[in-house]
Design a protein. Structure first.
Lengths: 166, 739
């Protein structure tokens, strides 16, 4: 089998000896050792495997390796800055102590990142619509909503400060 | 000294101790100085529910010269928050600066740590006294070290934020600096060291974010599924969809020839559900290669001894039994029949709830490496110590040759009290001769569970002329696999509410045959019983034309323990307090226009909980749960953030399950396969959840379970209040509701 080149979290990664029909989820986990993206259902119903493909949130269990070629992939591991600075959503998740078991949260955060990119100040209904594809078996939804509002506030406040003070 | 070395020192020290008596160990000799303390207690100071009766606790503190403090958390973290809460208890009494505390999962070793398990909401109650004493003893040693160094009386020294302070001379010294000297001093008797008064707590009661949260939000490997072993293979295991079926024939040669496949073979197993059932293993070079090959497996199953269970058949049988008494009497007081005959009003109802799987979001998995006659596991289990017995029994590896690394667990809910997936991984690694990661698919997880058993309650109640509850009869119809005992968690307790509070009471039982494996599911028993009992109480209040709140409080009567001498039992005074609080906070008696309020109380796992649901239902039976108000009494709250999180989660889990979740079983086969047929609640349906605690002076008890059982009856009672429609069957979608 030929080698495949993927762009993941801003870096080129080469994948060897994998069938091109393999779901991106398993390429990330088994071939590249990026274990933050989780397997939950394999049919795109739980959102635990959510990553960004070309800037859009997708279920990596339902996207094949061949569909992911030539498009930038962002996973949970690529969200924080190089220096370890967390994304405001990650920060809000910690501050509000969102996780219980924590298994779904990488997928939740990736969906939330996509939401805030499109809609920097979403209301509850918009949050619910954007996050509807991500199951949390522990039931942390109340805090997820709150953390997205919190991160949205911090993001817009940050931009205001930058714009005004720089 | 690294973790393995310190653990080995501790093991050796422990071997020299008589483990039947209370022992305290102090271990020095850490590279670079420092203090390593271990506490072993021979018996539990308080325990609730079933008890192992043996050693229940070890805690483990390391203090490094730079001031860092490492606290080991001994119990599995399954989302219930113990990896944060248990070390907080130690840190509070140690008077440690939490910002310099690091927490690690303790190694699995009963000799050193006593009970290591996550179940029954027992982690906090069974650890409370011991962990406080562990922290307080270490603190006393640090004080003693400072007193020696300064030549002052220890009584004149205080501590704060990882420092010992001598106020008269304004001297202070950090724990890190004192640790090496402390390690050379005699160990005080843990029973004699002073414990803090709750009013002096600096850490307990605060909101503390989970110790693994940073790793969780950055995607660092933590869970069972994230474990990697060099040169490991990936495995799947296919079992008969009808429990108990054996492999007759399989196209193994064809499977072995598929790309990436390294081996395929049949495992006979030992026929024990909780251990190793027969199946076909596929070993491959990636998860996807293993999954793909498995899809091509063609297995002929011998189902001669397999389950033929039918849920539809059971419902039919149970309905025929309605209105009668069961053959087994569980509790009988007074004279139900004559009370019934002379009553002013009578109510009869038949309640039923289905089988449900646990469906934790992390499907079962386990990494196992068999070599040199022993095995090493990396496992997301709730009961690592029980796994030793299961693996020894199923795979023939002696317990002393088994090492288990406890991983974080992506949801427990009771599913991982059994370690079938560990036995399977062990058998596959042993046979294949390589380390393997066994990965169940979601479909495997859905059809090979230990289900929350379905149940039926045929209820009769009577009210006297003044509208008081005068008689209660419950014929509980449940299941048995052996004809003698109910299936696991399929029983009802003799003292189940409201038995001890009703003058004329009869609780009988009938068991229907069942082969499907069952087991504890979050708030076992209570998660179904509360629905039937608390809805029926509301039916009686309505029949009496009484306010439900007033009626429920009247049933509770004077404050008393229902099982005198049993501190883990229901206390009617605590019950009334949470019922009143929930009602008050929810605006009882004054629902917003178009909405109904429903109330329910339930006591389980030593926790007293009352909840009020606020709902509306439109003319197409679309249900909106606007708000659930929770009032609970579990004693002092240790981590306010974690405690509220457990209650919020329990409400959403309870609502999710009562609204849409069930598996049906036909011809021994679970019919649902994945989340498209098992609609776990999504964020858009999650209500506002308000949580209130009564921080009573009773010892703190667990929160993983007790907030769940009142949800279903509170919501169903609210639906009645809003619409006049009574729901007696779960899930609600069976009655045409949508959400």
């Amino acid at each position: 089998m030929p080698d495949f080149r993927l762009s993941i979290n801003g870096r080129e990664r080469v994948v060897e000896d994998v069938d091109p029909s393999t779901p991106l989820l398993w390429v990330l986990r088994d071939s590249l050792g990026l274990l933050g993206t989780k397997y939950g259902c394999g049919i795109g119903f739980c959102g635990a495997c959510t990553v960004h493909l070309d800037g859009e949130p997708v279920r990596s269990c339902s996207i094949s390796l061949s569909e992911a070629l030539d498009k930038p992939v962002l996973t949970i591991e690529g969200l924080a800055g190089e220096d370890g600075t967390l994304h405001p959503l990650q920060q809000a998740w910690i501050e509000l102590d969102v996780p219980q078991c924590g298994y779904c949260q990488a997928g939740q955060i990736m969906s939330a990142v996509a939401l805030l990119k499109e809609n920097p100040v979403p209301g509850d209904a918009e949050i619910d619509a954007a996050m509807e594809g991500n199951l949390c078996r522990c039931g942390t939804y109340v805090r997820i909503r709150k953390a997205i509002h919190e991160a949205a506030r911090n993001l817009t406040a940050g931009e205001a400060t930058e714009g005004g003070g720089a | 000294m690294n973790r393995d070395q310190s653990h080995e020192i501790l093991r050796q020290a422990n071997r020299s101790e008589d483990l039947s008596r209370r022992a305290f160990l102090k271990l020095s000799g850490m590279a670079g100085g420092g203090l390593l303390l271990a506490f072993h207690f021979g018996e539990s100071c308080c325990s609730y529910g079933e008890s192992d009766g043996k050693a229940v606790l070890n805690a483990f503190i390391q203090i490094f010269p730079d001031g860092d403090i490492l606290i080991y958390s001994k119990n599995p973290e399954i989302g219930q928050g113990v990896k944060t809460t248990l070390p907080m208890i130690v840190a509070e009494e140690l008077d440690a600066d939490w910002s310099h505390v690091r927490v690690e999962q303790a190694p699995i070793d009963q000799e050193v740590y006593g009970r290591q398990a996550a179940g029954g909401s027992r982690s906090v109650p069974s650890s409370w006294d011991q962990l406080r004493r562990a922290g307080a003893t270490a603190r006393q040693m640090l004080i003693n070290a400072a007193a020696v160094e300064w030549g002052v009386p220890a009584e004149d020294c205080q501590t704060s934020m990882s420092e010992v302070i001598h106020a008269p001379s304004t001297r202070r010294s950090s724990y890190g600096r004192l640790a090496a000297r402390a390690a050379t001093l005699p160990v005080p008797d843990p029973e004699s060291v002073p414990l803090k008064k709750p009013a002096d707590y600096k850490l307990l009661g605060r909101r503390i974010s989970g110790v693994d949260n940073r790793k969780i939000v950055t995607g660092e490997p933590l869970f069972g599924i994230d474990q990697l072993v060099p040169e490991m293979s990936y495995a799947t295991y296919l079992k008969c969809p009808a429990t108990g079926g054996r492999v007759s024939e399989a196209n193994l040669d064809e499977i072995r020839a598929l790309p990436g496949v390294q081996d395929a073979f049949v495992i006979e197993g030992n026929g024990i559900y909780e251990e190793l059932m027969p199946g076909v293993a596929v070993v491959a070079n990636s998860t996807w290669a293993a999954f793909s090959a498995r899809d091509r497996l063609k297995v002929t199953w011998d189902e001669s001894e397999a389950s033929k269970d039918s849920w539809g058949g059971a419902v039919e049988q149970a309905r025929k039994l309605a209105g009668r008494n069961g053959s087994q009497v569980i509790r009988e007081t007074g004279d139900v029949d004559s009370a019934y005959a002379r009553s002013a009003r009578k109510v009869e109802a038949f309640y039923l709830y289905p089988f449900v799987p646990h469906a934790p979001l992390e499907p079962q998995n386990c990494t196992a490496w068999f070599r040199d006659g022993g095995i090493e596991f990396w496992a997301p289990t709730q009961t690592p110590q029980r796994a030793l017995n299961s693996v020894e029994n199923a795979v023939g590896i002696p317990k002393d040759k088994i090492i288990i690394h406890q991983t974080r667990v992506g949801g427990g809910f009771g599913r991982r009290l059994n370690n079938d997936y560990m036995c399977e991984a062990a058998a596959i690694s042993k046979r294949a001769g390589v380390p393997v990661k066994l990965q169940w698919s979601r479909e495997d997880d859905m059809v090979h569970d230990f289900y929350r058993v379905g149940g039926f309650h045929s209820l009769k109640g009577a009210l006297d002329r003044s509208g008081r509850l005068s008689a209660w009869q419950n014929h509980f119809i449940t299941f048995s696999s052996d004809g003698e005992n109910t299936v696991r968690s399929g029983n009802i307790r003799e003292n189940e509410f409201p038995g001890p509070l009703v003058p004329n009471y009869r609780l009988t039982q009938t068991m229907l045959p069942l082969a499907t494996p069952c087991g504890p599911w979050r708030a076992p028993r209570s998660n179904g019983i509360a629905f039937a009992v608390q809805c029926f109480l509301h039916e009686l209040a309505v029949a009496a034309r009484r306010d439900h709140l007033e009626f429920l409080i009247e049933v509770m009567g004077e404050p008393k323990w229902l099982e005198p001498g049993e501190p883990g039992a229901l206390n009617t005074g605590r019950a009334v307090n949470v019922i009143r609080l929930a009602a008050e906070k929810a605006g009882w008696g004054n629902p917003p226009p178009g909405r109904g309020l429903g109330l329910a109380f339930h006591f389980s796992h030593a926790g007293h909980f009352a909840e009020v649901a606020e709902v509306s239902v439109d003319d197409k039976k679309k249900l909106t749960v606007h708000k659930v108000t929770v009032a609970g009494d579990v004693g002092p709250i240790l981590n306010l953030s974690g405690a509220e999180n457990q209650c919020q989660g329990a409400v959403i889990d309870g609502l999710s399950t009562m609204f849409g979740l069930a598996v049906s079983i036909e011809n021994g086969r679970v019919q649902e396969s994945n989340f498209h047929e098992y609609p776990i609640l999504r964020i858009g349906s999650a209500p506002q959840v308000d949580v209130h605690f009564i921080e009573s002076d009773f010892p703190p008890t667990g929160l993983g379970e007790p907030a769940l059982p009142p949800v279903a009856p509170a919501v169903c009672n609210a639906i009645f209040a809003a619409t006049g429609q009574r729901v007696r069957e779960l899930p609600l979608i069976k009655s045409g509701y949508s959400i």
